[in-house]
Design a protein around this ligand. Structure first.
Ligand code: ADP
Ligand code: ZN
Length: 524
């Protein structure tokens, strides 16, 4: 494979080794650039075909391609898949025996391998760096490069040290790849990995076969059960939950109701986790109920739905998790149930974290963008792609495009809510404020004599659920914050003032009672 003829051309390698007729999207440009010795930063959605972008240059160039990946559990599979097509690959990580390590190291040194996968912590050892310095290296591929970002949810401290590659191997081309990077993370990757001068290849992030849908949460697990039963009976899918406990409970609930659901979270023992993952990959129609510990690097093409029972922390997280649906290109659903409690909970997690102020500020901005996506009156896809710096028109394949929500001038309603919060001295939570608005004679209302405040009962014509929806939008719009230092009391922000004074109007989403989906069943 190393002769000078056209047999060494990337396209020829694609066809003869991997058996694909042509490159996809930007693959050809990327492969040619890296095969020619250039550095690259590649942003491509999951399933886009990132692996070939470094595998083919590794075959085309002299020496071994070194792939740095945090996904130790998947290295064996990747090496096996390459062996099947005749590519000489091996890995170096903590799961193998000393003998295997020695054997692989020898093969690297003697130039007998096309590709070697290395865990980042292993790469940084003096022994490994010495090995690489005494071997011929074709390129370094840094997979899942967003792990270098401290703001991201996959941060790996070892990734920061990867800048050493540029210092110690200045002649070796480097290609960093990721499926998630808003412009800010992209800049951070380039800076930390010293890839500022690298060519950037940004693919379209659109996943047109995925239908995005975000519904109001009433009874989350019942809603997800109905969704799966009605839309995806017998299909494979993933249900994401925030906590381990909720993963267990939701999996039990779905099993009790006739689905085959398996739990997956970092608190389970390794063997059970691996067994569940392997069943999900190999059997049909398994519903994986998981925390976000599950999914990175999972290549299952026919995942038909991804559900979120809790609000993700950021749009990147949401995009990455939903991106695991429909990798085969067939229609798939990204479904989420979201409610006021999610907003309160996520805000509290940020407030209560030990992180410094700057970190909290970034996390808050990311959460706000996520809330904006939930509360948007426009196409979800437009909003999503815009976040990744890509503009597009309404998609026709999201809940908003399919059933546009009606918006109305909600200024008066908002003023009622804001002044009620003010009248109770900004010392009470949502439940109590809504009781005051609706004129409910609760014990707490009597105790605090809030039936005497001027806003008592001014919102009695509006249902409790509808007030909750308005409050959620007030929080999403940044008019109200939940103060966790005083037991979840609602507080007005500076932005609330112009609304109260009638200087600013507010468009709200028409509240729709969560109706059971109408869907004609073929069955009698
Ligand atoms: P990513 O790492 O970007 O998520 P992969 O590299 O795992 O994606 O590729 C996703 C799938 O697409 C794989 O099954 C791969 O074999 C296939 N694929 C990649 N490039 C091509 C191509 N040029 N032609 C056909 N199939 C491709
Ligand atoms: Zn749309």
């Amino acid at each position: 494979m190393r002769d000078q003829s056209d047999n060494n051309a990337p396209l020829h390698v694609l066809q003869t080794v991997f058996g694909y007729p042509s490159f996809r999207g930007q693959q050809a440009d990327i492969v040619n650039h890296v095969a020619g010795g250039g550095d690259a930063l590649v942003l491509m959605p999951t399933g886009g075909g990132k692996s070939l972008c470094y595998q083919i240059p590794s075959l085309v160039r002299d020496g071994v391609g070194v792939v740095i990946s945090p996904l130790i559990a998947l290295m064996q599979d990747q090496v096996d898949a390459l062996a099947e097509v005749g590519v000489r690959a091996a890995f170096l990580n903590s799961t193998q025996s000393f003998e295997e390590t020695i054997r692989t190291e020898k093969a690297v040194r003697k130039g007998e391998l096309d590709l070697v996968y290395v865990a980042p912590e292993r790469l940084m050892t003096p022994r490994c760096l010495e090995l690489l310095e005494s071997s011929k290296i074709a390129l370094f591929a840094i997979d899942e490069a967003h792990c270098v970002s401290q703001w991201g949810h996959d941060f790996r401290p070892e990734y920061i040290k990867l800048s050493i590659l540029h210092e110690r191997f200045p002649q070796v081309p480097r290609i960093a790849l990721t499926a998630t990077a808003d412009p800010q993370t992209r800049a951070e990757i380039a800076r930390r990995l010293q890839l500022e001068d690298a060519a950037q290849f940004v693919s379209s992030f659109d996943r047109p076969n995925i239908r995005y849908q975000i519904v109001e949460k009433t009874n989350g697990r019942k809603q997800v059960l109905d969704f799966i039963r009605e839309e995806h009976p017998g299909d494979a899918g993933i249900v994401y939950c925030l906590s381990r406990k909720k993963v267990e409970e939701t999996a039990d609930f779905l099993n009790e109701h006739g689905l085959t659901a398996l739990p997956y979270h970092a608190g389970m023992d390794h063997a059970t986790r691996a067994a569940n993952q392997s069943r999900f990959l190999r059997e049909d129609g398994i519903v994986m109920v998981a925390t976000i510990a599950f999914g990175m690097g999972i290549d299952k093409p026919d995942v038909r739905f991804v559900c979120h029972l809790d609000l993700p922390k950021s749009i990147e997280g949401y995009y990455q998790e939903t991106g695991r649906a429909g990798r085969d290109g067939a229609p798939a659903d990204a479904w989420m149930a979201y409610g006021l409690q999610d907003v309160v909970q996520q805000r509290r997690m940020i407030d209560e974290s030990e992180a410094d102020e700057n970190f909290k500020r970034v996390q808050t901005a990311k959460l706000d963008a996520m809330l904006g996506l939930c509360e948007t009156l426009n196409c979800r896809r437009v909003r999503l792609l815009d976040y990744f710096g890509q503009s597009s028109g309404p998609c026709g394949n999201c809940d908003i495009c399919l059933a546009p929500p009606v918006s109305y001038d909600g200024t008066v309603q908002m003023q009622k809510l804001l002044s009620s919060i003010y009248r109770v001295d900004q010392r009470f939570g949502g439940g109590h404020v809504i009781d005051v608005l609706r004129g409910t004679d609760s014990d707490k209302v009597k105790q605090w004599r809030h039936d005497k405040v001027s806003t008592f009962g001014i919102g009695s014509e509006t249902s409790e659920a509808e007030w909750r929806a308005i409050l959620r939008q007030a929080i999403a719009l940044g008019l109200v914050v939940v103060d966790h230092d005083s037991y979840g009391a609602l507080k007005l922000t500076a932005d609330a003032r112009p609304v109260l004074k009638g200087e600013r109007t507010v468009q709200l989403r028409q509240y729709q009672k969560p109706a059971k989906k109408k869907r004609e069943s073929a069955k009698p």
